[in-house]
Design a protein around this ligand. Structure first.
Ligand code: TXA
Ligand code: MG
Length: 340
């Protein structure tokens, strides 16, 4: 693979500036994880609140022991199985980890992405400096917006706020990584993603829990540990309405049009009889996605961006089957709709 732009990207990162780069999930807005100034710049570019923790991206599984003071056995097993890949583990932080990175918590989130450009960048950035090296990378969008899955979408979101954008083409997964809090027993899935609860259970020999099942009640003063707890995340400008069936979708489309809205439909099955398409004809934007959950996930964010570009007011969305990454798609749609 040619390393076009990577030497420059490493130089930009080392000087404390920002590089957007592709991962297999979504594009990240990268900054040197050991520089308070760089991390602050990353938050500022996104418009992200300072107490919201970020993921440290690392070049190899061995980095787990450099960034964590006491790696839980569950984290070791999950990393052994899924790194590089769309899995983030939350583990006890090592002393050197900046509080700007952890949001003042005693844990840190770590991930080794599975994307060739990202891996070369992480390795070259680490070089042979002999110190723990990592790149913090929140998704490369303005806080609360839809994550970018192409270099063009990064430019659209951040414009001049980012110093360099590495283009790795469209992201293969298309949704943010699965986040697992490994500091509790059983480990807890904080955000669903491509690595599923079943896959995690297979590795751990026990089912992971999901948010809330540890009896923690969010309070006004509690830290935003759970992604999305601060506000609606992953939201386009258009209003998103999630429906449970194609029939419900048709009613929702008709209602929205009756109110004078421009409507987009997402994830509706093809209807061989043609009735359905007839009912949808005229001034309805077809935000077509593949029907399999992985294909749906890969295209979802691009279609939500398209909805905004085409001035859609209301997106009527039918989630894919709740299998595999379909669970994560339903989670993001619910967040975009403001119902989670
Ligand atoms: O796929 C991904 O994870 C992408 C790519 C770029 O790697 N990154 C990403 O970052 O989605 P971001 O910042 O948009 O979302 C990271 C989430 C945040 O919602 C944050 O709450 C959570 O990770 N997080 C980070 N550190 C945490 C910690 N110590 N404890 C609990 N949650 C944490
Ligand atoms: Mg994000």
């Amino acid at each position: 693979m040619p390393n076009t732009g990577i030497d420059e990207a490493v130089a930009v990162l080392r000087s404390g500036r920002l590089v957007a780069f592709p991962t297999e999930t979504v594009y990240g807005l990268g900054a040197d994880a050991s520089s308070p100034r760089a991390v602050a710049g990353c938050f500022a570019a996104k418009g992200r609140p300072a107490d919201h923790p970020v993921i440290v991206h690392v070049a190899e599984p061995a980095a787990l022991d450099e960034w964590s003071s006491a790696v839980p056995d569950s984290a070791r097993r999950l990393v052994g199985e899924f790194w590089p890949g769309p899995l983030t583990v939350v583990v006890p932080r090592a002393d050197h980890v900046l509080s700007e990175v952890t949001g003042g918590q005693d844990t840190v989130a770590l991930r080794m992405p599975d994307q060739p450009v990202a891996l070369v960048l992480l390795r070259d950035f680490a070089g042979d400096r002999g110190v723990p090296s990592g790149i913090v990378a929140p998704s490369a969008n303005r806080f609360g917006h839809v994550s970018p899955t192409t270099a063009d979408a990064v430019a659209e979101e951040l414009g001049e706020a980012v110093d360099l954008v590495l283009d790795g083409g469209p992201c293969a997964v298309g949704l943010e990584s699965t986040i697992v809090n490994c500091t509790v027993d059983p480990p807890e899935i904080l955000r669903p993603g491509a690595v599923t609860a079943d896959q995690i259970a297979d590795v751990l020999g026990a089912s992971p829990s999901t948010p809330g099942s540890h009896g923690e009640t969010p309070t006004a003063t509690s830290r935003p540990r759970v992604p999305g707890s601060l506000e609606t995340h992953y939201a386009p400008r258009a209003q998103v309405l999630v429906v449970g069936s194609a029939r419900e979708a048709m009613t929702a489309v008709a209602d929205a049009r009756a109110s004078g809205h421009r409507v987009g439909v997402l994830g509706l099955p093809d209807d061989p009889s043609g009735n359905f398409s007839d009912n949808l004809s005229g001034n309805v934007v077809d935000l077509a996605v593949p029907s399999d959950p992985a294909g749906y996930a890969r295209c979802l964010y691009a279609r939500l961006r398209e909805a905004d570009r085409r001035n859609v007011d209301v997106v009527v969305a039918l989630p894919p089957a709740p299998e595999g990454i379909g669970v994560a798609v339903a989670d993001r749609l619910a967040r975009a709709a403001g119902t989670r």
